[in-house]
Write a protein that binds this ligand. Structure first.
Ligand SMILES: [Fe+2]
Ligand SMILES: [Fe+2]
Length: 183
């Protein structure tokens, strides 16, 4: 068990905890401003999944005895609310692109957290963290699909794909997983 792994885990969970808050508020604005019924439903579901993630990450932080930074929370709140409000102005495509790129990062964030959990003696969290990485992978795939549907979006250079969903678990635990090197 490594204490640097535990501090790495705490650090990444702190970022994820506030990141989920920003994402949930941003998606609230996104689904409310979306015109297609399918998009409204799916993005609303994604918002709920981000709240779930935040709750789970919050429980891990509490177990680690970590305090939540009020400043980081305030910043995340402001960012999320601002992005959510901007969705009404920027139109549909820009938030889709921003969200997809962010979700890609989240996939790797939770894989890294799972590795820290393993290395710090918190094996009981590995499955939950990898499952969150898989859910983020599905979010990325949805937003990518949305951009591809758009006449302009399909011609834009997009973020790199986060590999295959099955790779998240297949490569976890191997030294130097390819998925990690793409982040
Ligand atoms: Fe999430
Ligand atoms: Fe997500």
């Amino acid at each position: 068990m490594s204490s640097s792994a535990e501090s790495g885990l705490a650090q990444i969970l702190q970022l994820a905890y506030s990141g989920e808050l920003a994402a949930a508020y941003a998606y609230r604005g996104h689904w409310k401003s979306s015109l297609r019924k399918e998009d409204r439903e799916r993005i609303r579901e994604i918002e709920e999944e981000e709240w779930d993630h935040r709750r789970l990450v919050g429980e891990m932080l509490a177990t680690l005895g970590q305090k939540i930074s009020p400043l980081r929370e305030l910043r995340a709140h402001c960012i999320g609310r601002t992005l959510g409000a901007l969705c009404w102005i920027t139109g549909w495509l820009a938030p889709m692109i921003g969200a997809g790129a962010l979700e890609r990062r989240n996939v790797f964030e939770y894989i890294t957290a799972a590795e820290f959990a393993r290395d710090s003696g918190h094996e009981e969290w590995i499955d939950c963290l990898l499952e969150m990485a898989e859910v983020e992978w599905e979010h990325e795939a949805y937003f990518r699909g949305g951009v591809d549907r758009h006449w302009l979006g399909r011609h834009l250079p997009l973020w790199e794909r986060p590999g295959q969903k099955a790779d998240i678990r297949a490569q976890f635990g191997h030294s130097g997983p390819e998925l990690r090197t793409q982040s």
